[in-house]
Design a protein around this ligand. Structure first.
Ligand code: TXA
Ligand code: MG
Length: 363
């Protein structure tokens, strides 16, 4: 308990020093493990058992969820987890979410006693796009949690994700299936184009039930629920579902309780700017334009993509990464302009992703 009271920055530094050695040994070993698997074999539902066996045996499988594709490994096998960091080029200070297929798995991942609020949240929002961070049990390796004493757990609603995790018979650690800092993938094609060294890609695009942006991450501690990363389940949704729960929203960069929350993230490989105050008829040559409602204004953009026709924020979220991937893949587009959305409700989560995606191009 003592360590929980130390400054998160201090604990992270200690983690980085002590575990750097272990991490490099593990990733080195992981790189040399000879798998009998194909390099990114793309499969569908018919071959799901192959992919589940691969996960069980320490391999890497990218799989669809209702938010974004995940890059999964057996969460209880540190060597398999090390391969995720290796494949994504992800720094070790960024902890992973553990995915389950049944609420009964929560019990073994969280330390006892589990706060009853965790179960209330789980009953209401799982399966779905909510990740609950709570004190971890001893079975969760430090590599999964960046050596913090908490673990993030989520149960995806996508039937293929549930089936894969259930067949694997182990909890599955999975970040989004993209190279570190790049756009999150919402289709198997977005995963395939990253060219990561993974064993299987389970394809299962489900446009109809797509949430499109990463899960809401909440920390439950001392009877308080703190939103660490906004998503389509909003603080208001949680408060109205469980009125006795006090929900707070973590202030940006005031602490490192969710160290993966960097300023720059989710970026396309081309410059991305907001359209604010710009004349859409006089954009620089080779501009791609992403809008969230129909616009009759003249534009000289070489490509225009709409995430929604009427600023429906759930639609905007569902199509956000897809629209950015389209622009990234379009050779005629040299730079991308995207409109802002109002920062309320789901709009907060959309703007959270867009501020990070545009961060490195801010003047
Ligand atoms: O929708 C999603 O959450 C997707 C799909 C694949 O499930 N996953 C995802 O993973 O977005 P990733 O690795 O891109 O983001 C995980 C987030 C990071 O912001 C990380 O800092 C936070 O969860 N996180 C993980 N474990 C944590 C912990 N123990 N304490 C605080 N934050 C944690
Ligand atoms: Mg990610």
């Amino acid at each position: 308990m003592q360590s929980g009271k130390r400054q998160p920055e201090f604990r992270l530094t200690v983690f980085l020093i002590i575990n750097a050695f272990e991490f490099y040994i593990l990733t080195g070993l992981a790189r040399n493990v000879k798998h009998n698997y194909y390099r990114m074999k793309i499969i569908t539902y018919e071959n799901i058992e192959e992919a589940a066996a691969c996960l069980r045996n320490g391999g890497l499988v990218a799989f669809p969820t209702e938010t974004v594709y995940g890059l999964g490994a057996n969460a209880l096998n540190p060597m398999a987890v090390a391969r995720i960091f290796e494949a994504k080029k992800r720094p070790a200070f960024d902890p992973l979410i553990v995915h389950i297929s049944d609420i009964s798995q929560l019990k073994s991942l969280y330390a006892q006693p589990v706060d009853s609020l965790v179960y209330k949240l789980a009953e209401r929002f799982m399966p779905g796009p909510l990740t609950i961070v709570h004190r971890k049990s001893d079975i969760v390796p430090g590599l999964v949690t960046s050596d913090m004493d908490t673990v993030a757990v989520r149960m995806p609603a996508h039937p293929l994700a549930q089936k894969l995790i259930a067949l694997a018979g182990v909890p599955v650690a999975a970040p989004s299936a993209n190279l570190f800092g790049q756009l999150s993938p919402t289709s198997h094609k977005h995963v395939a184009k990253q060219g990561m060294e993974i064993d299987y890609l389970l394809a299962g695009d489900d446009k109809e039930n797509m949430v499109g942006i990463e899960s809401t991450v909440v920390l439950v501690a001392n009877g308080i629920c703190t939103v660490l990363r906004p998503g389509v389940i909003t603080a208001t949704d949680i408060e109205s579902a469980i009125p006795e729960l006090k929900v707070e929203v973590a202030q940006h960069n005031t602490n490192l309780s969710s160290p993966g929350l960097l300023d720059s993230h989710y970026s396309p490989r081309k410059p991305l700017y907001f359209t604010e105050n710009l004349n859409l008829g006089a954009l620089p040559e080779g501009s791609g334009l992403i809008l969230h409602e129909k616009n009759e204004q003249h534009t000289n953009a070489v490509s225009v993509v709409y995430t929604s026709e009427n600023l429906n924020l759930l639609e905007v979220a569902a199509h956000l990464f897809e629209s950015l991937h389209q622009m990234e893949d379009n050779e005629a587009v040299k730079q991308i302009f995207i409109a802002k959305v109002p920062e309320n409700g789901v709009g907060l989560s959309v703007m959270d992703r867009l501020k990070k995606a545009t961060y490195q191009y801010k003047k």
